[in-house]
Design a protein around this ligand. Sequence first.
Ligand code: COA
Length: 173
Amino acid sequence: MALRRLRTSDAPAVCEAFASNADMARQGDVSTITEAEAYVNRLIEPESPHEAWAIVDGDKLVGLVGVTVDEANRSGWFWYWMADAARGRGWSARAAATVAEWALTTRRLERLELGHRVNNPASAAIAMHAGFVKEGTERAKFLVEGQRIGVHTYGRLRSDRSPSFDGLPMREG
Ligand SMILES: CC(C)(COP(=O)(O)OP(=O)(O)OC[C@H]1O[C@@H](n2cnc3c(N)ncnc32)[C@H](O)[C@@H]1OP(=O)(O)O)[C@@H](O)C(=O)NCCC(=O)NCCS
């Protein structure tokens, strides 16, 4: 397993991942290869604020960890997903911890933030593994299938102590 930069050629694997579990619907509108290409291209275009790292098994994308950078505030919105077949092996947690560390050191950001719905314990586990600290709850933030769902919010500062983790290799280029 490794991390490498997202590429246009990952679109078919992205499409597969979005089809793998209904919970991917909230990650974006991808149900065709054309939509997957648009999704990938939006993340990698030259002026994009996104730093998108593919989680790869061999060279095949199975998941994605991203940081959407706010340069003015030297902060970044942190997000991640994993294809259903590759879940439950600890790869998302290792990938998220690796990218968070990279974002606060090599990428020189000073604050990372993320949010997950209160009924998404897997995402909470990833946030904790990646050294994020829970900062609050936005109550009843979203209307999902007729129910109001809150969002737990997290932050990690460069000055926070790094978590110990088993990092994945990061391949630039
Ligand atoms: C969230 C997501 C990335 C987790 O992926 P994963 O590959 O299964 O995660 P890992 O295998 O790395 O597991 C990491 C931790 O999550 C825990 N976990 C995984 N699924 C869980 C669940 N359903 N309930 C509780 N904990 C869970 C694991 O036990 C592990 O914690 P531990 O090491 O302390 O035991 C994946 O479920 C996903 O892509 N969901 C849809 C997109 C999404 O919700 N993204 C986050 C948006 S905020």
